[in-house]
Design a protein around this ligand. Structure first.
Ligand code: C2E
Ligand code: MG
Ligand code: MG
Ligand code: MG
Length: 273
């Protein structure tokens, strides 16, 4: 309880720290309860096509308010990954996202929703089948479902990952590599993976206007992706100058506060055209 109330003074990411260990246990326990009590929600952040302005897709992001306190997925997702709770959490996210896609689809809106998938969830036996089952159950076109896998989760186990990606691809869902550029990217592997898109990590985008090196990285990722026949999306776009450069580089999609913040489905619906 104390750890939560004094959360600002807790060092979340120091594994040897007693306080952070306590915090992790507390988070795990309360998150499990929140899942049971249906206290989690999904926010949706639209993506805009940079060249033609169309808005037809979004990313869903998990939100958790614990007794009035917002807890960031950047904190609780890694904890849930360690405890294994991510598997249950991941199931909940998939069902909620599919439900939303179905809802929009039934209103005549073909909105593609990108769902973040943890490595553990993705590499779990039966993951592909669980997607296949939901496509049947919810009756949504597979092209409206996108799965975002982080670069690290693919590269850490590239053999198995590649097999799973091939199976998922056969279902017709879209696949993207999240946080691209932050892991130890192997270009050789990138060309071998059957993915559709790469997402340039926010850390490069946020520095690109003033830092020539970050700018070079962003440009290179755009060119590399296009040369491999993949689409590129930039995350964390906050300024017009960033947008301008990305447009020049031929980046396909933009996602960030400049265009829209993540919000409940009912609020973002109006942005799709
Ligand atoms: P991510 O998948 O890379 O998601 C992008 C993050 O950047 C989100 O943070 C989003 O709110 C934030 N963002 C978007 N535009 C901007 C911007 O212009 N400026 C800034 N400063 N931030 C921006 P969020 O929602 O806190 O999520 C953090 C991470 O938690 C996600 O990174 C993802 O790795 C993970 N996550 C969130 N929801 C889920 C989920 O349902 N399942 C799994 N496995 N992971 C999730
Ligand atoms: Mg993502
Ligand atoms: Mg990302
Ligand atoms: Mg990121």
């Amino acid at each position: 309880e104390m750890a939560l109330k004094n959360s600002k003074s807790v060092h979340y990411f120091n594994a040897d720290d007693g306080a952070s260990h306590q915090r992790r246990l507390t988070i795990t326990r309360r998150l499990e309860q929140a899942l049971i009590d249906n206290q989690l929600s999904l926010y949706y952040q639209p993506k805009q096509h940079l060249q033609n302005g169309q808005v037809r897709s979004c990313e869903c992001l998990l939100r958790w308010i614990d007794n009035g306190e917002f807890i960031s997925p950047g904190e609780f997702i890694p904890i849930a990954e360690r405890s294994g709770l991510i598997l249950l959490l991941g199931e909940w996210v998939l069902d909620s996202a599919f439900k939303q896609v179905k809802h929009w689809y039934s209103e005549g809106r073909e909105v593609q929703v990108a769902i973040n998938i943890s490595a553990r969830q993705f590499l779990q036996p039966g993951f592909t089948e669980s997607i296949e089952r939901r496509l049947k159950e919810y009756q949504v076109p597979p092209s409206l479902i996108e799965l975002e896998l982080t670069e690290t989760s693919i590269m850490d186990n590239h053999q198995l990952a590649s097999e799973v990606l091939v199976e998922l691809r056969k279902l017709g869902v879209s696949l993207s590599i999240d946080d691209f550029g932050t892991g130890y990217s192997s270009l050789a592997y990138l060309s071998a993976f059957p993915v559709d898109k790469v997402k340039i990590d926010r850390s490069f985008v946020s520095q690109m206007v003033d830092a020539p090196k970050q700018q070079a990285i962003v440009l290179t990722i755009c060119q590399l992706a296009h040369n491999l026949g993949l689409q590129v999306i930039a995350e964390g776009v906050e300024t017009d100058s960033q947008r301008e450069l990305l447009h020049q580089y031929g980046c396909d999609y933009l996602q960030g506060y400049l265009f829209a913040r993540p919000a409940p489905a009912s609020e973002v619906s109006v942005l799709f055209n």
